[in-house]
Design a binder for this molecule. Sequence first.
Ligand SMILES: *Cc1c(COP(=O)(O)O)cnc(C)c1O
Length: 405
Amino acid sequence: MNRTAAAIKIEQDVLAHNYHPLSVVVERAEGSWITDVDGKRYLDCLAGYSALNFGHGHPALLAAARAQLERATLTSRAFHNDRLGPFAAKLADLCGMHLVLPMNTGAEAVETGIKVARRWAYQVKGVPADDAEIVVAAGNFHGRTTTVVSFSTDQQARTGFGPFTPGFTVVPYDDLDALDAAVGERTAAVLVEPIQGEAGVVVPSDGYLAGIRRICDDRRALFVADEIQSGLGRVGATFACELAGVRPDIYLLGKALGGGVVPVSAVVSSRDVLGLIRPGEHGSTFGGNPLAAAVGSAVVDLLATGKYQAAARRIGDVLHRGLRDLIGHGVTAVRGVGAWAGVDIDPAIGSGRQICDALAERGVLVKDTHGSTIRFAPPLVTTDDEIRWALDRLREVLAVRQSTV
Ligand SMILES: *Cc1c(COP(=O)(O)O)cnc(C)c1O
């Protein structure tokens, strides 16, 4: 048995089976490249679902983490720490907002956003107690907690986990008429992903996000943008909302905010909204810890250069041109913006999973979603030649499978 098989066997014996990973056991990673326990190298074209936008082991992020490890790592919010204030100031500035509420995981940022929106509805909009509604979109992915799966439309994520949290209305994604009909006097917020990642990198029509902004302004509801996956460089801008020329009331951030080093998430908003939360009403032991704040600060510094947003545009040009050329050659559709693509595989030649397995054999790591879609989200340090190399591997895999059906 090789080391890969042995390591997978150990995991299978002791781990809850809540994931079905590809048969790759990572030992080391640097930049866009992963080395497995048997010494095989892979180009990482998933980047931890955009948690690794700056690549594995980015020198500036590791330096920030190492320096902070020697100083202080955890204080809890019972005390102040000298890293959190500067991080929050930089992050608020990056977002063009005033206040930051730091948490750890994306799901916690979403939960926090929901609480903040409800608080605003009761205290500012005047919604009767416990009557606030949040309008969400079908096909959403906002995390895995019980409240968040309460408004998922993915049966696998929900079935068997009720009873569910009330107070959510689901409307079709990219449908302003449906949204217009759903937002009313009891609506605290509209919560959407500006681009739906888990759904298969679904990009809404031009005008959709601007339409949400208009409806929220007309009806006095908050526009909450879950940019946990779309934000922080992936789409070729700092935020997907920015591409649409729209400013939400609340940004939910996570994934890349921790630079692939530690979990860091945040809710970022105005003083009028986030200022409504008072001591004792919300928090997290680890949220805003000095190690997270030091790494998060270094992440914001990287984004402030604009270099990674530009890299996402460059990668996107090569990636999308190459993927579009495969339409009709085993690919039925390609979606996405910047360094982010959802690729629908012709079901006649195989499942998304089978394509991922075949790509892994050839040294390219991507992940399938919803049966026949594969998702590309390479680190933003990937070169054009590396992207072309990955596209060549995909072309080979599709050709081999097409010739055998
Ligand atoms: C990943 C993700 C989340 C959940 O983040 P976790 O850190 O896994 O809890 C929420 N929203 C979106 C859009 C995501 O992509």
